[in-house]
Design a protein around this ligand. Structure first.
Ligand SMILES: Cc1cc2nc3c(=O)[nH]c(=O)nc-3n(C[C@H](O)[C@H](O)[C@H](O)COP(=O)(O)O)c2cc1C
Length: 243
């Protein structure tokens, strides 16, 4: 399986998205997949202008001459696209959304009827890669991913991609608490690696492995107190302290 992954966290390799994504991909590689990851923050990707030149004037070619040219080729050649993004304002980051908006050249403007919905066929005639979402968020409850997962489900239906599933980790900062939660962090990373392996070996992500990645490790009330103490210390110091 050829996997193309993007990390849409502006914090790039310092972020928790990176930790979850890289463990997922490590698991996929252990089962024989080849993987390539791109940090979207480092790429020059301009906003889609909505001119639709890529549909009518220069079919398949965007009016912008930027890094998306190479990225779109990588998407085209992949069996699976892994989208890594933190939850920002109940959705994906702007970097991730801009990347997805710029996929317009991959589809043909004509309509076709797919199970009662009109959709655009892929320009190449080949199926679009399947999609996995890998995401982290700061809040405690898993339902903070609901908006993003619903959005991804619809995007995939629109793109005629198979949405394999979402590997999500709430209370993302836990992944930074090596000094006190080393064992739990290793359990989360190990579950993410198992998820990557499952993707390659079975083409699916089991509810069990997704639950293992997302599991609660700290009681909710303790999280409230711990988080508020942390923010008080940061505000006092006037900077973001390490957790
Ligand atoms: C602009 C912004 C918006 C955010 N919105 C949410 C949100 O709606 N829900 C949530 O649970 N966390 C939210 N967070 C927290 C991030 O999801 C969390 O800090 C995550 O670890 C960031 O990813 P990173 O570690 O890869 O940078 C937000 C963070 C930022 C900076």
């Amino acid at each position: 399986m050829k996997i193309f992954a993007v990390n849409g966290s502006p914090r790039m390799k310092k972020g928790m998205t990176h930790i979850l994504l890289e463990n997922f991909l490590e698991g996929a590689r252990s089962a024989g997949a080849t993987t390539e990851t791109v940090l979207l923050q480092k790429q020059k990707i301009k906003y889609c202008l909505g001119c639709l030149d890529c549909w009518v004037k220069t079919p398949g070619v965007c009016v912008h001459n930027d890094d998306m040219k190479q990225l779109i080729e990588k998407v085209n050649c992949a069996d699976c696209l892994v989208l890594g993004t933190p939850v920002y304002v109940d959705g994906m980051t702007a970097q991730t959304k801009t990347f997805l908006d710029r996929m317009m050249p991959l589809v043909d403007p004509h309509f076709e009827n797919v199970d009662g919905h009109y959709r655009h066929p892929s320009r190449s005639g080949n199926p679009m890669p399947s999609v996995v979402l890998v995401s982290v968020c700061g809040f405690y409850e898993r339902d903070n991913f609901d908006g993003l997962i619903d959005h991804m489900t619809r995007i995939c239906r629109n793109m005629q991609s198979r949405f394999v599933g979402a590997v999500v980790r709430p209370s993302s900062y836990i992944l930074n608490l090596d000094s006190i939660l080393a064992k739990q962090i290793e359990e989360i990373k190990s579950a993410a690696r198992r998820a990557g392996k499952e993707l390659v070996e079975k083409g699916t992500l089991s509810p069990q492995v997704l639950d293992d990645v997302a599991r609660d490790y700290l009681p909710k009330e303790l999280t409230l107190k711990g988080a508020n103490d942390f923010w008080d210390r940061c505000i006092k110091a006037g900077k973001l302290l390490s957790t």
